[in-house]
Design a binder for this molecule. Sequence first.
Ligand code: MOS
Length: 750
Amino acid sequence: MDQIKESKVIGVKTPRIDGPLKVSGSAKYASDHNFPNMAYAWPVCATVSSGTLTALETAAAEKMPGVIAVYHRENIGKLYRTPPSAGFTMIIDEKRPPLEDDTIRYYGQYVAVVVAQTMEQARAAAECVKATYSKQPHNVDEKLLSSALTTPKPDEKSKRGDTTAALKDAKIKVDQVYTMPVETHNPIELHASVAVYDGDKFTLYETSQAVVNHRDVMAAMLGVPPDKVQVITRFLGSGFGGKLWPWPHGLLAAACARNLKRPVKLVVSRQMMFQSVGHRPAIDQRIQLSASADGKLTAVQQDYVNHTSIQDDYDEGCGEITPFLYSTPNLLVTGGLARRNVGNPTAMRGPGAVPGLYALESAMDELAIALKMDPVELRLKNEPATDESLSIPFSSRHLKECLTTGAEKFGWSRRTPEIGSMKRDGLTLGWGVAACSWLAARSETEASVELRQDGTARVACGTQDIGGGTYTVMAQVVSHETGIPVHKIDVVLGDSSLPPGPISGGSWVTASMTPSVLEATKKASKTLLELAVKSEGSPFKEKKADELELCDATVRIKGQSQGAVPISEILRIARVNAVSGTGKSDGTLGPGKPKFSFHSYGAQFAEVTWQPEIARLRVSRVVTIIDAGRILNPPTARNQIEGAVMMGVGMALFEETMYDPRTGAPINNNLADYVVTVNADTPDIDVTFLDYPDFELNPLGARGVGEIGLAGIAAAITGAVHHATGIRVRDLPVRIEDLLVPVGQKMHVA
Ligand code: MOS
């Protein structure tokens, strides 16, 4: 790969170019789109979680004020399933189109949809549609390990040596079960779809982390060619994976628009967000570790089961990181599914790795205690030289430095390991640590770049900015290559008609789009230099294009700032409005064994304060050291890690979707009862990037950030809770009642 080392813009603090639009309220999110003659749709949701819809009475609703139509299985019109998916196309989690049959498989499944003149009218009428069900017993039980319906089977990458033999003989062992409840994505922006149909073509304003996939799925399900669907997502109030793939409401909105030949807006309510747009599944994991007396791992075994829906197989993939994080001769990861009457689970920030690392890193903490060894030391001791799961080299791995730098910044050497032994201002302190990792990848990307006579540039790519800073980073890349200032670069994203770009998932947009944007810029520049030597009246006439270069938004003779001519002037002389170029880069995720193990790494250090007298637990301080390749824009990268740490506090202490065993309904389906971390819960967060470029991945050496920031946080926090209280919580989230002192046990009060 080319290596770009020096830059005036890359790695330089650059304010978000979309910031002014967002703070002034002029950035348009999906539900901000309004059209003349627009109608509003509101779904009717099943109130049982297993059974059959036996009758649907719509007559009363149809007569209500403003009601235009009530659609159900018999009158919604044709909707299709998608053909098999290939690569990053045609992906959808809930494969059954809405209203396909009368079988109810989860609470909140759509059974009808009301369209009216206003949203209030649609909602009122939807509440008056009378559905009758023949109920069947449902299962929303969160105990999974004992009830997996599919046999766990080893993944080929995830087996080496013989864990059974190694564990049997081991003297120092950990064997524990760690569980996580369902977590629901709660981005501020609700899921929403505004569908416009002109009799021929659909224009869909969506909350999508993947507009190109969204277009392909919607075209397939509506039964039209992909060029008859355009999906637009200019801004996203974040998604966390919940908006990666289409959900049934989008298809309902499109079908209503098709049937009525008028624009239809459907906004999913916060309550429905808990039912039918995905969640992180409940997960049980058994971790078995063994080590020699000097702390070298001899076996690692992880057996996980996650719940999935009745119809679709969602595998959380908790063994994503386990096979290569530490050196061990014996390793086994198995996975299994347990079917439940719930909506389909989906990717949630750091899918697989985040839950997997919660369990693995908790077990590592327990192993350190069993060994009477410092938990940082234990991790340093088990650093592998290569990726032992695939026998390939790491492209760039600095986990040891993450741990040592973090220990230094956190003040880890002052830690006394005895439970409850550390105090500050009358509070008991607990300190915990975890290592983390997340995949790094490139996916196939196309982009186009235009250099224009008015001194601006335009870069376009069919990816989207979900809040992480993609708009700004794209402008930085074009600015790096041309010298055109960032504020003079229009970045156009979030439209499926643009050159196909990466999904905003896997934290890989930056790594993916960089090579193709660079190539497109280079091609546009080359055309410009040719114009400079060919155009009548150009001061570079008679020179050769390869004697020239583009620098600081001017064309000049290589290395000579004297006689430099602005790009805009060359284009004016040539009487050309703009020169353009396209770029295309390949992916790293294809079949076959990769040449390198591409991953980001990190170390998370957490401090909790514990007041046993009033049972108050707080996360007071987090030091996070991230090795994610080169950081292109430090403030947006830091912002992502800070947000992820907040989410980690929520995962450790608050977040849990609860299902009513009587009905199977998610009952804490609102932001009062489903507790997410808020500003008042924010610890002091110290983010450090090691900033080692990974030139095996792309010319700028960027791996991307986002998900890595959440990985390891919950284990660091539960480790800290144990250090403060002596109580090891293995079932997330940590509840205050878990920490109340058991009868007969002494409180750790000074
Ligand atoms: Mo992420 S869970 O890949 O949006």
